[in-house]
Design a protein around this ligand. Structure first.
Ligand SMILES: [Zn+2]
Length: 175
């Protein structure tokens, strides 16, 4: 199992092994804010396994290794076009740069969205505003089915939402 690691400002900084997270809580480096149902027991003590921990320090450099690759973007958006909402198999989907590459748009979580071929053609190399198209941005409303998925989904959502300069805590669904 994996644990989402936040720094003291609640900024997501990575996903680590849950045992490592538990150890960090035990030695006082972090506090668990969400826990799994599962427990670890020794003869004398029982620990709940943390699913989300908050460090007691601010981390300056972020490295998650969780890249906004084509497959990760498709997974985050659940193969749903983020403009018209249509859901199609991954092979029929494209990845759109919200701010076009020709305008300096980067390959980041917040600038890449799943887009059907029709919308991609319609949008071309324009911004959504210029193309009179709007983004769904309903990431936080996605149903989450398993604990494992929950951690990863939260990481992606947190990135997405915090990068949109919203307070991510208020925009995530904690099951
Ligand atoms: Zn579309």
């Amino acid at each position: 199992m994996k644990t989402l690691k936040l720094d003291s400002t609640y900024r997501p900084i990575g996903v680590i092994d849950c045992i490592e997270a538990l150890v960090m809580c035990i030695v006082g480096k972090a506090t668990a804010v969400e826990e799994y149902e599962e427990e670890i027991s020794s003869p004398s003590v029982t620990f709940k396994i943390p699913s989300v921990i908050v460090l007691k320090t601010v981390v300056k450099f972020i490295s998650t290794g969780f890249r906004p690759s084509r497959s990760n973007i498709l997974w985050r958006d659940r193969n749903q076009c983020q403009y018209c909402g249509i859901v199609e198999p991954p092979r029929d989907m494209t990845i759109d740069h919200v701010t076009p590459r020709s305008r300096g748009g980067e390959n980041t979580w917040t600038n890449l969205v799943t887009c059907c071929k029709r919308c991609n053609q319609k949008k071309g190399s324009r911004t959504p505003k210029e193309a009179h198209m709007s983004l769904l941005c309903h990431l936080h409303q996605y149903p989450i089915t398993s604990q494992h998925l929950k951690v990863y989904t939260m990481l992606v959502q947190a990135y997405y939402v915090s990068s949109c300069r919203l307070h991510w805590q208020n925009n995530l669904v904690f099951l």
